[in-house]
Design a protein around this ligand. Structure first.
Ligand code: NAD
Length: 503
């Protein structure tokens, strides 16, 4: 199969199950739109419960099949290395597909896809390092040890903002461990995950190890999270959907790894180079048109430099180049969905109605060339308060609220006064202050004098309503494997059968 966007254009994309294209039993397809002109550019199969079951059964069979089950960890690592090479070879094509699907800058998707092979290589290296421990117990003539094992069929549900980068964070470790996977990508951006499935098959992974079912969340997604043979769910998406999925999982007593929304505090103290901090705040909230879970959308600025900071932020925002995402000069592309554009407009309206000052933006760009796409100007709402509705809810768009603060005590109260706990950033030259902030802020990731800097080696994951469980580093290997304790008695003695052996 040709992986290029040109090959996908106008096509009907079927599921990918057991290394084959499979059409939906219902015969239903749903359109996927190009955000730059709001026109459909391909259709994707819409799975019902029967289709999801076919994929889960394929994954279940593959998990039990010696072709995967009895493959050594060294050989699993080799397959992942082959996949890394294939992803590297096709990185530019995958990036172009994602840009066409979600409207994010081509240069951003290139950066994500060119880094993806390193992630597969990292987890390829972990395949043969997942080991248990020997446990020293207070019983002589007994060996007590732990085994780390694969868990079975993992259901993955991904969002539209960075489909492959986010999927890779859980897929690569799951393959390294020896699990099998059924993924349901976002109905808005399924093409790159289907293209990846081709590469996984080409790398030599046995049929059924990786399967893709596409379609709507309320049908395909629900069927996957409710399926009795799915033993764990990795979900990346909104908090509202996460809550629903966690409830489904809880009713079956299976665990989840939840990467949810955010409303992250981004703090600027007066002792820094203000232009550098402005650049950081712009990176935090206007990169990807604000469609990142880690967006630093609540900006707290020390009162003494507040006016100067807002002025420079507005000046830099004015220079942001809005345009087609494939143009290398573009800094801000369209939003991915029409509904997202409506939401952004609505929340900017709430901000103004609540008394925030519209310092810049707050409308769709006026240029004729952008009229058909889902574009929105980067927006600064100054003199905001943390209790305003647009500061409470995740908007997932290019909107930042700026709030002055007097001292650290007030800052910490404001920063932590949120339902979310995904990320936080601080700009200061005072290392003591930075470390106090890092210790006291409720956020899974804290950036000091940088923002939106990610690495697959570091454990990431939110607190509070931003989710639970970790991805990245060795933590994710623990997250998607299970720990078994084995006890061997080599004393040859016969014990009293009616007394538990505690010594
Ligand atoms: P979403 O919750 O609407 O959808 C995410 C996925 O869930 C999609 O594949 C969708 O089809 C599926 N889904 C929807 N309803 C479902 C249901 N009832 N059962 C099962 N699956 C269902 O989120 P989105 O709009 O695609 O993505 C944006 C959200 O994702 C934002 O809230 C953002 O913060 C979050 N996000 C979080 C992270 C992170 O790492 N924490 C990363 C990226 C995005």
């Amino acid at each position: 199969m040709d992986l290029t966007a040109r090959a996908i254009e106008g096509s009907r994309q079927d599921f990918y199950i057991a290394n084959e294209r499979v059409a939906p039993k219902s015969g239903r397809y749903i359109p996927s739109y190009d955000p730059t002109n709001a026109e459909p550019w391909y259709e994707v199969a819409d799975a019902g419960a029967e289709d999801v079951d076919t994929a889960v059964q394929a994954a279940k069979k593959a998990f039990a099949d010696p072709a995967w089950r009895r493959l050594t960890q060294t050989d699993r690592g080799k397959l992942l290395r082959r996949l890394a090479d294939l992803v590297a070879e096709h990185a530019d094509e995958l990036a172009a597909i994602e840009t066409r699907d979600n409207g994010k800058l081509l240069k951003e998707m290139h950066a994500q896809l060119r880094a993806a092979p390193d992630s597969y290589l990292y987890f390829a290296g972990m395949a043969d390092k997942l080991q248990g421990d020997t446990v020293p117990v207070n019983k002589l003539d007994m060996l007590n040890f732990t085994l780390r094992e694969p868990i079975g069929v993992v259901g993955m549900i991904s969002p539209w903002n960075s489909p492959l980068m986010l999927l890779t964070g859980t897929l690569a470790p799951c393959l390294a461990i020896g699990n099998t996977v059924v993924v349901k990508p976002s109905e808005h951006t399924s093409a790159s995950t289907l293209a990846l499935a081709e590469l996984i098959a080409r790398a030599g992974f046995p049929a059924g190890v990786f399967n893709v079912v596409t379609g709507n969340g309320a049908t395909a997604g629900e069927a996957l999270t409710q399926h009795r043979d799915v033993v764990k769910i990795a979900f990346t998406g909104s908090t509202a959907t996460g809550r629903r999925i966690a409830a489904n999982a809880a009713s079956r007593l299976v665990s989840c790894q939840m990467e949810l929304g955010g409303k992250s505090p981004h703090v600027v103290f007066g002792d820094v180079d203000l232009d550098r901090a402005v650049n950081g705040v712009v990176a935090g909230v206007f990169a990807a048109a604000g469609q990142t879970c880690i967006a630093g959308s609540r900006c707290f600025v020390e009162a003494g430099v507040y006016e100067a900071f807002v002025e420079r932020l507005v000046e830099r925002t004015q220079r942001i180049r809005i345009g087609h995402p494939t143009d290398p000069e573009t800094e801000l592309g369209p939003l991915a969905l029409a509904a997202q554009l409506d939401k952004v407009e609505q929340y900017v309206g709430y901000g103004i109605a609540d008394g925030a000052r519209l310092a810049i933006g707050g409308r769709r760009p006026q240029r004729e060339a952008l009229a058909k796409g889902w574009y929105y100007e980067p927006t600064v709402l100054a003199d905001a308060r943390n209790d305003m509705r647009f500061m409470r809810d995740e908007i997932f768009g290019p909107v930042v609220g700026v709030v002055p603060f007097r001292d650290e005590t007030e800052l910490m109260a404001l920063a932590n006064d949120t339902n979310y706990g995904l990320a936080a950033g601080i700009w200061t030259r005072d290392i003591d202050r930075a470390m106090r902030f890092a210790r006291n802020v409720d956020a899974g990731t804290v950036w000091i004098n940088t923002y939106r800097s990610a690495a697959f080696m570091s454990p990431s994951g939110g607190f509070k309503e931003s989710g639970y469980g970790k991805r990245g580093g060795f933590e994710v290997m623990r997250e998607f494997s299970r720990l078994k304790n084995v006890v061997v008695d080599y004393s040859g003695a016969t014990q009293d059968p009616f007394v538990i052996r505690l010594r």
